[in-house]
Design a binder for this molecule. Structure first.
Ligand SMILES: Cc1cc2nc3c(=O)[nH]c(=O)nc-3n(C[C@H](O)[C@H](O)[C@H](O)COP(=O)(O)O)c2cc1C
Length: 175
């Protein structure tokens, strides 16, 4: 049983900066979400809002700003690739977080085996998942993209990147 939040009265919402500070204290990985545009050229952006949703069927979600230049490519092709960055790829994460049309220059990628999904960054990832777009849910100034994972792989020996409190890091081995 869920309460419909729109029926409740909220006196106020959290201050935006405090909201950012709270959410940045929840560590995440870093994903480069990619798709091919109508011109056949790669599009992509850096995303921290990515997680698993369901095992059966295998679903994952990403939250994308409505102003993203990558969104039309995802809608057009009906899919995307989630490239889970390896530790040490800060420069790539920063580059893909810009609006530069040239951001794919000097980046090595390959096509997935299916036409769904975007470029796979094999040399810079600890894992990747190719997703067929199953649902899009409007949520404030973002879209929640729910993808059915059709293809993927991981490299056990490659540490994933961690993003926490606006800093890039890596998982350290325990004591
Ligand atoms: C570490 C990091 C995480 C980010 N996470 C997200 C995210 O989850 N969703 C999002 O829409 N933008 C996120 N961004 C911002 C986008 O990467 C940025 O707005 C990008 O320029 C959008 O590119 P595009 O318009 O070419 O798609 C993040 C940026 C950084 C540096």
């Amino acid at each position: 049983m869920f309460v419909n939040a729109s029926l409740c009265m909220f006196p106020s919402v959290i201050d935006p900066q405090r909201f950012r500070d709270v959410m940045s204290s929840f560590p995440s990985g870093v994903v480069i979400l990619t798709a091919f545009g109508e011109d056949g050229q790669p599009r992509g952006l850096t995303v921290s809002a990515f997680c698993a949703v369901s095992m059966t069927p295998p679903l994952a979600l990403a939250c994308i700003d409505k102003t993203s230049n990558t969104l039309p490519a995802v809608q057009l092709t009906g899919g995307f690739t989630a490239n889970i960055l390896a530790a040490g790829r800060e420069e790539l994460a920063r580059r893909m977080a810009t609006k530069l049309t040239s951001k794919f220059e000097a980046v090595t990628w390959r096509r997935p085996s299916s036409p769904i999904g975007g470029p796979i960054f094999e040399n810079d990832t600890s894992a990747y998942a190719v997703c067929a777009l199953k649902d899009t849910i409007e949520a404030g100034d973002h879209w929640i993209l729910i993808g059915l994972v059709t293809e993927g792989d991981h490299r056990e020996s490659t540490k994933p990147m961690i993003y926490s409190r606006r800093l890039y890091d890596a998982i350290e081995p325990g004591p």
